[in-house]
Design a binder for this molecule. Sequence first.
Ligand code: NDP
Ligand code: 2IT
Length: 446
Amino acid sequence: MTSSFVENLMASVIARNPQEPEFHQAVREVAESVEMVIAREPQLARSKVLDRLVEPERQIMFRVPWVDDRGEVQINRGFRIEFSSAIGPYKGGLRFHPSVYLGIIKFLGFEQIFKNALTTTPIGGGKGGSDFNPKGKSDDEVMRFCQSFMSELFRHIGPDTDVPAGDIGVGGREIGFMFGQYKRLTNTFTGVLTGKGLGWGGSLARTQATGYGLVYFVTRMLQDRGTDWKGKRVVVSGSGNVAIYAAQKAQQLGAKVIAVSDSNGYIVDEAGIKVETVQRIKEVERGRIREYADEHASAKYVEDWQGIWSIPCDIALPSATQNEIDEEAAEKLVANKCIAVGEGANMPSTPEAIKVFQDNGVSFGPAKAANAGGVATSALEMAQNSMRINWTFEEVDRRLKMIMDAVYDQCTSAAEAYGAKGDLVSGANIAGFLKVARAMMAQGVV
Ligand code: NDP
Ligand code: 2IT
């Protein structure tokens, strides 16, 4: 159902941001969810809260020149979109992937506003990155790129202004190189980035946080259906940071994780995926997931990464990239009796796929709620940095669990309050929006 409210907003967003379909997709979903909130509170319409939110507070695009190992000059494009500082300093990851362009960073930054609001921690929304491809590059090349990237970015960020972190293609190695360059340029040792190494300001459990948090969130979805992880067949797409720790926690809770993937293909291992092997191949050797099948006779490799959704499973945790589950993939999951989908990646399900899940009684945990544990733990890293202390793993994990429970509770109660009981998509959008909207109203037209 489309309304004139949503269509008018979308017409303006599309005209002002042409050729950015992912950004349009993210805005439309939020607009559809919050339409009735704005209808109930005319002052939200009068102060044009949503019209202001879809326009980033600041957009930075810059040249990133660097020299490769052959001595050739390479030029990439850098981005940082500072979307909303209504409830705290801009906060969100950096993505290094050849598919990155303005529309990807804007969809991620827009979603980040509401996700961060749901975490209960005081962080605004932002996102950045580059079309740089770290794959196949030497450590020296990655270092030179990161140093060049930070040589421009440093003037726009700061521990009380904008605090970047990792995302696709940006992990501990890249954060280290960027932190080193920031420190050198500013002569300050601060919590300007999160996801730092444990010996130099990082937080225990940040590496695990997105995947673990996702599983804590899905635990609540399963509880609402009167069930749990024990004996469930789980398919996790991706084999990066989010996928690895989602698989690990699901196994700890008694699930059988049978498949993971990368951008080339997937492996299915009916004996249960050995997470340690995936970790070594992907985190240490920076190899390809097909190598897993060379080591485990029970595993089979299939070179068709989206084919992973045709594997029969009880629970699906898409944790690779946007729009990886389309309508057809969703229909396959439903036909195979999947009962729950928890989004580890950002916007991994198309709007058509979400409709298939919701129409068929599949419990659906949307990204901005289900994967909020990563950025929430980044906020815990910022808190520890400000206090100049380190909490134990158990302490951070305890807080992460509390936060994921709070995220879940906010989503379910907002959905119920607005007549959409059980719809976590509407619930997440409404609860996140209201927190940001109230702050914007209090702070005047800025
Ligand atoms: P990583 O770079 O660690 O891993 C990404 C994984 O997804 C890899 O297996 C990669 O395969 C695969 N992948 C990436 N792009 C594509 C693509 N276009 N098509 C198919 N497969 C792809 O990233 P993360 O695990 O950190 O991020 C995964 C998702 O989770 C992203 O959507 C990210 O935005 C989201 N997220 C991450 C958080 C974090 O804290 N890191 C927090 C919240 C959400 P390959 O190795 O072949 O590239
Ligand atoms: O999408 C995300 O929430 C992240 N990539 C994590 C951001 C962060 O600042 O930790």
